[in-house]
Design a protein around this ligand. Sequence first.
Ligand SMILES: [Zn+2]
Length: 401
Amino acid sequence: MPIPPRQIAGKNAEKTKAHNRRVVLGYLQGRDAGRAEIAKASGLSTQTVSNLVAELEAEGLVEALGRRAAARGQPPLVYRFHARGAAVLGFEVRPDTLSMVLTDLGGTALMTHQDRLSDTAPAQVLAQMAQMAAEARALPDCPRILGAGLVIPGPFGVEGLSAAGATTLPDWDAATIPGLAETALGLPVYLDKDATAAALAEGMFGAAQGLSSFAFLYFGSGLGLGVITQGHPLRGAFGNAGELGHVVLHPGGLPCDCGNLGCLEQYVSRLSVQRHLIDAGLLPAGAMGTDATIARLLAEAHPALDAWTNSAAEALSRAIGMLENLFDPQSILLGGALPDGLLDRLIARLSLPPGSVARRTDRSHPRVARGTSGRLTAALGAAALVIHDTVTPRLDAHELE
Ligand SMILES: [Zn+2]
């Protein structure tokens, strides 16, 4: 049924305002500025900017800095983005771990929390999340919490892929989880894949700051890929873009839970290195104490870990050449639940294909580097989802015209 024109106008007015708020906040996130400067840069009227700045100031999201000296006339009042004016929550649910981070809008962590999960049933995990949120709210001087990001391993809603294997969360249905989480937390909830969110975090707070197009290889339990292109995450039609772990790199190779043989994550992932060390008798079954063991084996230059690293580096090199030719990124970053020392060793062993669009003489960033957001990168990325939605104008802004 066609929508009556007046309703379209009303809806567009709301969308326009939300869009303009993001434009003003996004501009101030990049630099301090007066209202006339924001108006000139954004193409909005000075009156619109004044109204929005007043509203954002009342909400504590921007603050007046003082007057800037001007050549003539009344010096303009300068405003800045107030990162401490509000907070966001980020949650990462992995098959064995629940991580939480409370950050201000600048990504500074105000509180972090990590629990091992023995039961991944949504009701159980949501109750643990609600408990963590209550602890965050009880923090002295906790700013207003704008929302919560929630990230889980993909893929979403794919028969046979979502519910199989040690790297997935059965019963976590992307269609129903956000609503259940909003009820449990009493906050707006943004759901995304761990790798996409981790890429956003790395772009906002980590090694990809200042880059507009890059890829992030996320080591959760499996291996995920987040792609940011021209400042926006690439999600695909169903939110499943970036299932790099299930790209077949060794046809006829190791069986994967997804049903394929030779998937990349059978060679390059936390589970893969754990399995390799268990088979070599260096780690107890159940893979407890993985990080401490890896640190020791790295320090000893142990041949078993070395063999894994070489095999992983070979598969990863081919995957990276593919990603470069597909997405033309400024850089590719690696991060997540592998110890930094192992990621560094893996990067040092890469043998990147020469036939790649990334072979440029004018590179400003390395082809491959380690991310700097650390172990909580995906939880931080979950928080970044909320911040991104608050400050970044949407790509579909042309629909407003
Ligand atoms: Zn697979």
